[in-house]
Design a protein around this ligand. Structure first.
Ligand code: ZN
Length: 433
């Protein structure tokens, strides 16, 4: 029985040391890091990870989109089964040290503790292999979209399209990955379960003074790219009634998106984060505007209703402004529910170990969301001070890191021992420990 097994706490020192090493790679003056996907700094972080893998007997695999996998043989369990843990090493420009890297480091050190526990007979694993995954381009800062590596891995994005994505300078992801020598060819075994530890990027855990959050679902999103066409004219002499002002029509859309959120009966967020105006001259009435609009909610019906209302407003806006409104593209991200069986197992093992936890949902995207489409996945949050992330001020204390790591160890030791189960109802699955 491993539920109450005291883990070897020298692991905490290893964890904190390794984490501080990654915090130095790509460090910038502000105190944060800049480690854009497939940049030289990302390359150095990847090299450090691979050195660590080599040093600790992990086999290294790099796939065609540059995802890195460190495979650890537990020497017991079903040799066809692989348990994955991981996160990402890329960051936002001038971002924080904790977003992503903490999950990778936790996954690394967790593997060592699990292997040790298996060797001592404290864990009888169902999965023979423990795999640390480091996903390419999670942040979407240099190459869009975000979650690019995990999306390709699970088959939600074609490899060739992903490799052809270009950064602001026109450099393709394929070229950038080959420059840092992480354009691989490895065929990677399928994950049986995926678990990720990530900073919360919100302040709920800190406020409640609880060390770990179990994420049950991820909000869905609807992202709409609009094109508005009017007519260019002099901003001076053109009579008001003759104007076809595309920026005016676009402004109505901005307000409309906001109103829809405020009037929704569900929790619905909306924003217009980017507008491109043409010709963007102070003396010419805008004739072309592109707007990037998004709605987010944990209620799929509310998202459908928001899109319906948004589209319903087009006729009135077109009529009042004389402009043409067109949806250039519309992307749906469904609400994702994490594996209930995994959640039930983690709840159970944390309760038995007297580790308090909070149920949470995530609004931000994470690689675990992509993995849930191919295997049961578990996402655990640790506290973020003041809820700040994507900033040099991002911070999680050593105590919160080690408490989160202990919770992760309990969760992994339970899940890695779980008998595979087709029916994900918690009551009909057994655990083998
Ligand atoms: Zn992240």
């Amino acid at each position: 029985m491993l539920d109450d097994a005291p883990f070897n706490h020298t692991a905490h020192a290893t964890l904190l040391d390794l984490f501080s090493e990654f915090g130095k790679i790509g460090a910038v003056q502000s105190g944060g890091i800049s480690r854009l996907a497939a940049s030289p700094e990302d390359g150095l972080a990847r090299d450090s990870l691979c050195d660590w893998f080599r040093h600790h007997d992990f086999e290294i695999l790099v796939d065609e989109i540059g995802n890195i996998f460190g495979v650890l043989d537990l020497a017991l369990g079903d040799p066809t089964q692989h348990f994955f843990c991981g996160s990402h090493l890329d960051s936002q420009p001038d971002g924080g040290k904790f977003d992503g890297a903490l999950g990778v480091v936790c996954a690394c050190v967790c593997g060592l503790v699990i292997k040790d526990a298996v060797a001592k007979g404290e864990i009888d694993p169902f999965y023979r292999y423990y795999v640390v995954a480091c996903w390419t381009g999670e942040e979407g800062a240099r190459f869009q979209p975000s979650l690019i590596g995990s999306s390709v891995f699970v088959g939600l994005m074609p490899l060739e399209i992903a490799l052809a994505r270009q950064d602001h300078e026109g450099v393709s992801l394929r070229h950038a990955l080959s420059q840092i020598d992480y354009l691989g060819t490895a065929q990677v075994p399928a994950p049986g379960h995926y678990l990720e530890v990530h900073i919360e990027q919100g302040a709920k855990l800190e406020t409640a003074n609880i060390p770990i959050g179990i994420v049950s679902s991820c909000w869905g999103a609807k992202k709409i790219l609009m094109e508005v066409s009017g007519r260019p004219d002099h901003t001076g002499p053109t009579p008001m009634e003759d104007r076809q002002d595309a920026l005016l029509a676009a402004s109505h859309l901005v307000v409309q998106a906001n109103e829809i959120s405020h009037h929704s009966t569900s929790t619905l967020y909306s924003s217009v984060g980017r507008i491109d105006v043409s010709p963007n001259s102070p003396n010419t009435i805008a004739d072309k505007v592109q707007l990037w609009i998004e709605f987010r909610s944990n209620d799929g019906e509310a998202l459908l209703e928001a899109e319906h209302q948004f589209r319903h407003s087009f006729d009135g806006i077109a009529k009042s402004t004389g402009c043409e409104l067109r949806v250039a593209s519309s992307e749906d991200r469904a609400v994702v529910e994490f594996d209930k069986h995994g959640i039930a197992n983690v709840e159970d093992v944390l309760s038995k170990s007297n580790i308090p936890y909070l149920h949470m949902t995530t609004i931000a995207g994470h690689d675990a969301i992509r993995l849930q489409s191919v295997c049961p996945s578990t996402l655990l949050f640790v506290p973020s001070r003041n809820g700040i992330s994507h900033s040099p001020d991002e911070f999680t204390s050593d105590d919160d890191i080690t408490a989160g790591f202990d919770a992760m160890l309990h969760a992994v030791s339970r899940l890695i021992s779980a008998v595979a189960c087709d029916d994900l109802q918690p009551s009909s699955c057994e655990t083998k420990n």
